[in-house]
Design a protein around this ligand. Structure first.
Ligand code: MN
Length: 754
């Protein structure tokens, strides 16, 4: 009894240490970002994940108690709900929850890993894997401070399910069955796309049971509960069924029955029927399709072919092995050792077969993009810990003279600490959480090295070494906040100008943050950006002002109508209403001054952040397309050059191209290209002035030098005339169509007058 209490204390301590370690490592970004004023708004760091604003908007609306029809708010979504509850019942502000919740929840991954280690009798492997997993590259990237996203629990909950099943395999008790099935219930509620993984876990457990534990009735009961957990029925009904099943299982009727098998089978049949009837058998791989089948053009009933957004998502492109393994284990060598250890662990503990679906999902990344690697993190880390455990035991058995090893392991343990000391010494700047890390390190170090367990000492030393690449990654992976504080304050002032029913027209990257700060509607956002969604916005940003204004008004009014009329694609309905049959002709006609627009029901604002400059080529691709054939047009010329490199002959543009010092022509691969107009813009007394020098009327190239940004733009006529360039870069807006609302160097907002 006493033994198990001290064992529990030890496990609690290990969990506390690993959890603290995980949180402390995540503070590095806070420390770094806090030194930049631009990242701080109202005393809080601005978060760094665009999607985070979707959940934040949902939480904000839940706190307010309302939201608008068709505003795409994540009102009631699980993460928004949790944030809402925390803000409502704790002293924390929404801003700090958005910032720190990911670190607090994602660090819980150490709990199931350590407990799995304990249950398998390899506690040290569990502890070691917890340290490795909690800051492995892809896990860190998607759960760092300020990354307000469902990822913070996606891996944690999956690990809890597996821990429940590992525990069940040993204790064969109801508690384990509940840990597994309730974790699955929460997981499915938290992230409905976890359905596929959950199905795979159940299938794997069935497979395992049929082969290795055919007569364990509680395994079948657990499967039934797990299936119930991912059935799409009302939550209360689900919980009621849970209670009924457990009650039945505990009842004398079942316990004394001679036909227990029949009862279990009948129960399984009932739950399976409910599961099937509620749509559970719909193709389970459906969710992965989007990422697996790439470059399939989007088709509509009218046979418009839009630009396929997959072609621009970097996350879903094929990745090389080294990046793949670094994302899973932070370095190729740790990854390879982990693979060996994982194979050994599964061989030794067959129950770990259950982790196979997670690793398989992670390995899908090799074929379908790096967003999946995160799933392989925890059990590959466990493999690494397991390998060390085996080596540690061998060391303890074989080595008689322990002293030299003892010294060697002490030395190795200190390598990372010394290395980082050296790094900081070099820069002359000590990171404050380094001291926290050091304190934690010394604590565990003393604990490990004043006991006679050479194996543990080796494990500790190796673990420290294996963590170095992760430390380096955290140290160099410094991503910026989504917006700078001046942009946020522009959006906050915009909130006071626009009404909640008005629309902000901007690129999808900025959709969620704009909605969070300004509480308006948007046409596209991080969850709505198919080629067909993006087309109109791309068109509005990169075509001339008249066409831009017309399509913006059409798209907004039809998007609103579509909420009730459900007519499918806006463009198809618009063309039908305008009696147009040729889409290209129709789009051309938008530039016509006499184009009649539908009745205006609300205001539309163009929200143009300066940072949109960098993605204009991507944006334009979505409307530089022949919708009839899906063939892309050559996009307009848009070259952006910053931090200008001046030479004797002029300004170097890279690849041997240069702008002649006379500013009269460009030289690109030996060819002289005449310039139509050279324009230089400059702020004077907080007002933008543009100075035009006409050079050659017949030429098709325009050059704009933006003095305050030290930025040179080289454009062709079509790009030069685009709404974005005219409104943002030159502030040369058509007074009949637009009216400036907020004009700051980093964010410009115009109201559409038509
Ligand atoms: Mn709203």
């Amino acid at each position: 009894m006493n033994n198990s209490i001290s064992q529990n204390k030890k496990i609690f301590l290990l969990i506390a240490v690993a959890y603290a370690f995980s949180v402390i490592c995540r503070l590095e970004w806070v420390w770094w970002a806090s030194s930049f004023n631009e990242f701080i708004y109202n005393g809080n760091l601005i978060i760094n994940s665009h999607d985070g604003y979707a959940f934040a908007e949902g939480a904000r609306d839940m706190l307010a108690g309302f939201h608008q029809e068709g505003d795409l708010s994540y009102y009631g979504s699980p993460l928004s709900t949790i944030a809402f509850l925390i803000v409502k019942f704790s002293p924390f502000s929404l801003e700090s929850v958005m910032l720190y919740l990911s670190a607090a929840l994602s660090s819980l991954i150490v709990v199931p890993l350590i407990l799995i280690g304990k249950n398998l009798g390899t506690l040290r492997a569990g502890f070691c894997s917890a340290l490795i997993a909690c800051i492995a590259n892809s896990y860190y990237n998607r759960t760092m401070v300020g990354y307000f996203d469902t990822d913070m629990l996606n891996i944690v909950l999956a690990c809890f399910i597996i821990w429940g099943l590992v525990r069940l395999n040993i204790y064969k008790d109801i508690l384990s069955a509940l840990i597994a099935s309730l974790s699955m219930l929460i997981y499915f509620w938290w992230y409905s796309s976890s359905f596929t993984l959950n199905i795979a876990l159940i299938a794997m457990f069935l497979f395992y049971t049929l082969i290795f534990a055919r007569n364990e009735k509680i395994n079948y009961l657990t499967m039934i509960l797990m299936l119930l957990a991912i059935t799409s029925i009302d939550l209360w009904l689900k919980i009621l069924l849970f209670i009924i099943i457990l009650f039945l299982y505990k009842s004398k009727f079942y316990q004394l029955s001679k036909r227990q098998n029949a009862i279990i089978i009948a129960l399984g049949a009932v739950i399976f029927t409910i599961f099937a009837l509620s749509g559970g058998l719909n193709p389970i791989w459906f969710q992965l399709k989007f990422y697996i089948l790439r470059s399939v053009p989007e088709k509509d009933t009218l046979n418009f072919i839009f630009f396929n957004v997959n072609q621009t998502i970097q996350e879903s492109s094929i990745i090389p092995f080294s990046i793949f393994s670094e994302r899973i284990s932070s370095s190729v060598s740790v990854f390879l050792l982990s693979s060996v250890g994982y194979a050994l662990a599964v061989f030794r503990h067959k129950i770990l077969l259950l982790s196979l679906p997670m690793c398989a999902l992670g390995f899908l990344a090799l074929f379908s993009g790096l967003r999946f690697t995160i799933y392989a993190v925890p059990f590959m880390a466990f493999g690494f810990g397991f390998l060390l455990e085996i080596l540690g035991c061998m060391l303890n058995e074989r080595i008689k003279n322990k002293k030299p090893f003892w010294y060697a392991f002490i030395l190795i343990s200190f390598v990372p600490a010394l290395y980082f000391w050296y790094l900081q010494e070099q820069i002359g700047q000590f990171v404050w959480e380094f001291w926290l890390y050091l304190a934690l390190f010394l604590l565990v170090f003393l604990w490990v090295f004043f006991r006679k367990d050479l194996g543990a000492q080796m494990i500790f030393a190796a673990c420290m070494l294996a963590l170095m690449p992760s430390f380096l990654h955290i140290y160099t992976y410094k991503i910026k906040s989504v917006f700078f504080n001046s942009e946020v304050s522009a959006l906050e002032s915009f909130k006071n100008i626009a009404s909640r029913e008005d629309y902000a027209l901007s690129w999808w990257d900025y959709g969620y943050p704009i909605r969070f700060y300004s509480d308006v509607k948007t046409l596209i956002d991080g969850g709505k950006h198919l080629g067909s969604d993006n087309f109109a916005v791309s068109f509005a940003l990169t075509k001339p002002q008249r066409s831009s204004a017309n399509i913006a008004r059409l798209e907004v009014e039809y998007t609103q109508r579509n909420l009730h009329e459900n007519f499918g694609l806006n463009l198809a309905k618009i063309m039908k209403d305008y009696n147009a049959s040729d889409v290209n002709e129709f789009l051309l006609s938008l530039n016509n001054e006499n184009f009649t627009l539908p009745k205006k029901t609300r205001d539309i604002y163009y929200v143009l952040p300066d940072r949109m400059h960098y993605i204009i080529p991507t944006i334009s691709r979505f409307s530089d397309i022949d919708l009839k054939t899906g063939r892309s047009y050559a996009s307009g010329l848009f070259m952006l050059n910053e931090g200008l490199n001046k030479s004797e002959r002029g300004i170097e543009l890279g690849d041997g191209a240069y702008l002649d010092k006379t500013l009269n022509f460009l030289n690109i691969s030996g060819k002289k290209l005449a310039i139509n107009t050279f324009i230089s813009t400059e702020y004077k007394d907080a007002k933008l002035n543009a100075h035009y020098s006409k050079i050659d009327e017949r030429a098709w190239i325009y050059v704009i030098y933006m003095n305050d940004y030290n930025r040179l733009l080289i454009l062709d006529k079509s790009m030069f005339e685009s709404a974005f360039i005219q409104l943002f870069v030159l502030e040369n807006y058509d007074k009949k169509l637009f009216e400036p609302v907020i004009l700051t160097p980093l964010m410009k907002i115009y109201r559409l007058k038509v």
